[in-house]
Write a new protein. Structure first.
Length: 284
């Protein structure tokens, strides 16, 4: 009985391990999860440059491999090409090292980018979002999605459990993630924020949305809400703390008052009893 459970456990473990290893070796999957939130192949620049025809850049393949292994080191070493692409991206964002990056992984990714560059339409062209001006209805729906009054279709957790916005009710927003009031500015505008939300690539966000991607419509609405909030002053965590503290103080003061009057009344009663009891025998 327990033998068969153990056996089954081992089989499940083996299946999971093989799946994870296969996953780790699959370059398209790796690119989708770790690169696509900042790069397209043939869909224009996002936070980082469009990678189409990468092999035709004036630096060679070895340079690209060094760069993928440690972008910051290559940029800081100060060669002119690195400086150019760094400046073209705003001169502030160092590309992060891909998780578990190795020379082999870098080679595979460059091969993938080459192959995809030759296609009419790469699978990494990125989703094409409409440029239609946002409407009031879009912004309203975005706020509902953010606050979780409207569920995400694929079932991702609502944003408000970890983030707040300038108009999030006091004590309403979670503190695990940053305030998103200025996120359109931080993530460089509508197009690049939309692309970011297609495949969030950061530590906490990635596992939440990997299996539950947001739809184009949902992203459209959220970005409408975020764009309208830019320039408003973000929710103030210390103001929320002060509110909590005040509520605590008022509560505590109330309790002291109640106890105080209860105590006084009791003391009073006891004294009166003592007086009542002792008075007859006081003067026998
Ligand atoms: C957070 C955004 C971000 C992520 C994620 C990211 N990159 Fe980049 N990438 C950049 C930026 C920005 C640059 C421009 C150089 C700089 O500023 O660091 C760049 C530059 C590059 C270049 C050189 C482009 C050129 O035109 O010469 C390559 C190649 C590249 N990235 C590949 C990748 C790959 C492969 C991944 C996934 C493992 C990846 N990047 C993940 C932001 C990113
Ligand atoms: C379980 C907590 C959690 C939930 C739920 C969550 N986030 Fe996040 N988010 C984070 C954390 C933590 C970060 C900081 C980066 C990281 O660790 O992933 C972050 C980062 C971000 C960023 C990048 C912010 C920046 O300034 O770079 C955006 C955009 C974002 N989240 C949007 C959303 C949206 C939209 C939703 C809802 C659809 C959402 N998040 C739901 C925890 C969460």
């Amino acid at each position: 009985m327990s033998r068969s459970i153990m056996l089954r456990g081992t089989v499940v473990l083996a299946v999971v391990l093989t799946a994870t290893m296969a996953d780790a070796q699959d370059s398209p999957d790796y690119f989708r999860q770790n690169c696509m939130n900042c790069h397209t192949i043939g869909g224009g620049r996002l936070t980082g440059p469009d990678l189409k025809d990468l092999s035709k850049r004036r630096v060679g393949r070895d340079w690209m491999i060094d760069f993928l292994l440690n972008p910051k080191a290559v940029i800081d070493a100060g060669d002119s090409y690195a400086q150019e692409i760094f400046d073209a991206s705003g001169g502030k964002v160092y590309m992060p090292v891909g998780p578990g990056m190795t020379k082999q992984r870098a080679e595979d990714l460059l091969d993938l980018i080459d192959a995809e560059s030759k296609l009419e339409k790469s699978q990494f062209k990125g989703r094409q979002f409409s440029n239609k001006p946002f409407t009031t209805a879009d912004r309203k729906r975005g706020r509902q999605i953010f606050e979780g009054t409207q569920q995400l279709k694929a079932g991702g957790a609502s944003c408000i459990s970890c983030h707040s916005m300038h108009d999030t009710p006091a004590l309403g927003g979670g503190r695990l993630g940053p305030d998103l009031t200025e996120v359109v500015t931080r993530l460089k505008g509508r197009k690049s924020l939309s692309a970011w939300l297609v495949a969030p690539g950061t530590e906490t966000m990635q596992p939440i949305f990997k299996g539950h991607p947001m739809s184009d419509d949902e992203i459209h609405s959220l970005v409408a809400y975020f764009e309208a909030s830019a320039g408003k002053s973000p929710s103030e965590p210390s103001a929320n703390r002060i509110a909590l503290l005040l509520m605590g103080l008022v509560g505590a003061a109330g309790l002291v008052f109640v106890f105080d009057s209860l105590w006084k009344r009791r003391f009073h009663n006891v004294r009166r009893q003592l007086v009542d009891v002792s008075s007859p025998g006081d003067h026998p």
